[in-house]
Every structure is written in structure tokens, then in C-alpha cells.
Unconditional design. Structure first.
Length: 286
């Protein structure tokens, strides 16, 4: 008999508001896949001198955090099976281990320890690097399926783009949202600030992207798909348009991109928005 856990959408719970937001965001993901939503709380192991009183306090804290998240999910009235798990393990290691069988890991962008400092949670940053499944980093509050914002897919390299794009299509269909596919470029030449040169390069990149998306449009005629280009990075684009985006889908291993989105600059750009970030590596299981 296998000890491998059954597939689930796993949510990291730590007692923070954004962890509950992550659980609420994940409900639709679990319902769509017809798999459980697993609320996972990892208690940091104490040292050898920790008292039984400290252990009991930590367990009570975990149970309270799980209970609040459980009640919040139940209140959605969605037909989702809720599982709970409390482990004695470092959160990063517990979530990385869970990702081996999970369909998706969801965490809050700012954990309890980082809330007062306004920093990206170390758990969120670490799990993006180590997970074996897609990871969703959720911001301030849950975004309802009816949210009008688009799903934005970042395309950096078409060699490995199909897995990331498929994930974006799936999310757009699930959330009944328009899909926008963004190709960014940066010039190495001195005319990069020439308006005409930038416009011409954007037009060429847009035509190439439109050709690559033709097949996806044929397969999903019901989906509103548009190509976008930007001279700069994805974060440069979001600095101007984050309010129109509910979710960014990006490859986890692309150099610079993911780190920017969940790093200090990304936190500043996305701070007052509901824009979540979903990272997936085409070399890992989707």
C-alpha cells in the first residue's frame, strides 16, 4: 500500500490574513480539479530545551489558525472537501515535501512574521524555488471568479512556453477571464529610447506573437486572447497596468522574472492590487 498522499491543492496556513486569502483563492482550483483542499500548518521545531508548555502552546496556535481558515472556506458554500494537516517541521520543508504529490501549492504573499514589515514572506520565496508543482502567491484578499481582471501570461522563451501558456489558458477558463499573453524585449542598442524604433520593434514582436497564438485561438474560440508586447520587463508592464490584472502566470525558472515579481520591487508595484502570481516550471509536473 502506497504512503504517497492523494493529489490535493495545498495551502500553507500560518495564522496570517493572507494565508486565509490564499485558502479562499484556492477553493475554485480544488473544485475544478475535483480534489481536496488541504490546509497545512507547519510548526517550527523547537530546540532540545523546549518545555512541554511551549509545545502545547504551539499546537494550540496551529489549531486556532487551521480552524479560522477552515471556517472561512466552509463559508464559501463551495462543494470542496477540506483536509487539515499539522506537522512538526519547518514550513518551507513541509510545503516542498507536500508539493511532490500536490496539484498546486498556494501561499500568502506576506506571512505573519513579515506583515508588519511589509516584506515578501520567506516561505513564499523559498517554496517557489523548491516546489515540484505550480505555486500561487496570493496577495491581500481573495479574488472572486467574477473579477474582471485578466490572466496575464509572461512568455520569455517559446522553447518552453507551452506548459506556462497551457496553465494560463486553464486559469482563464476557470475564472472566466480574458487571457493576455505578454512578450517583453530589451534592446542592447543606443536607439532603445527612440520612440519610432521602440514602436517598430513592438509591432514586429506583436506580429510574431500573434502568429504563435493562432493555434491556441483555434483550440479555444470561446476565450478572449490578446497578444501584448512591452519594451522592458513584465514588472515594468505591471507598474502601468497591474490594476487590470488578477493573476500573472510565469515560468518559475526564468532568470530575473519570478524573482522580480515576488521580490521587493514586485511587492512595491503590486502592493495596492489584488494581483496574484502563479509560477510553474515546464520541466516540472503541471
Amino acid at each position: 500500500m502506497s504512503d504517497t498522499p492523494s493529489p490535493a491543492v495545498v495551502v500553507g496556513i500560518d495564522g496570517s490574513r493572507t494565508a486565509i486569502d490564499a485558502a479562499l483563492w484556492a477553493v475554485d482550483e480544488a473544485v475544478e480539479r475535483d480534489i481536496p483542499l488541504r490546509l497545512l500548518y507547519a510548526i517550527e521545531p523547537g530546540d532540545d530545551h523546549a518545555s512541554p508548555h511551549d509545545a502545547a502552546r504551539d499546537l494550540a496556535t496551529a489549531e486556532i489558525a487551521i480552524r479560522y481558515a477552515f471556517i472561512a472556506v466552509e463559508a464559501t458554500m463551495q462543494p470542496v472537501k477540506i483536509e487539515v494537516e499539522i506537522l512538526q517541521e519547518r514550513p518551507q520543508r513541509a510545503l516542498a515535501a507536500a508539493s511532490r504529490s500536490a496539484a498546486l501549492i498556494c501561499v500568502g504573499a506576506v506571512g505573519l512574521k513579515n506583515a508588519t514589515r511589509g516584506q515578501i514572506g520567506s516561505t513564499a520565496a523559498a517554496i517557489i524555488r523548491s516546489a515540484h508543482c505550480p505555486v500561487a502567491v496570493i496577495r491581500r484578499r481573495a479574488v472572486p471568479v467574477s473579477n474582471p481582471g485578466c490572466i496575464l501570461v509572461e512568455i520569455d522563451d517559446w522553447t518552453n512556453a507551452d506548459g506556462v501558456l497551457q496553465k494560463g489558458v486553464d486559469e482563464a477558463l476557470l475564472r472566466r477571464a480574458p487571457l493576455r499573453v505578454l512578450a517583453t524585449w530589451q534592446s542592447r542598442f543606443t536607439n532603445a529610447h527612440d520612440v519610432g524604433a521602440v514602436a517598430g520593434a513592438n509591432q514586429l514582436a506583436l506580429a510574431q506573437l500573434d502568429r504563435r497564438l493562432a493555434g491556441w485561438r483555434r483550440r479555444h474560440p470561446e476565450l478572449d486572447v490578446q497578444a501584448l508586447t512591452n519594451h522592458g520587463t513584465t514588472l515594468d508592464y505591471l507598474a502601468k497596468a497591474a490594476d487590470s490584472v488578477q493573476l500573472v502566470v510565469v515560468g518559475a525558472e526564468r532568470s530575473g522574472g519570478t524573482g522580480e515579481l515576488v521580490g521587493p520591487r514586485g511587492l512595491a508595484v503590486l502592493h495596492d492590487t489584488d494581483c496574484a502570481v502563479l509560477t510553474c516550471d515546464p520541466h516540472r509536473r503541471l
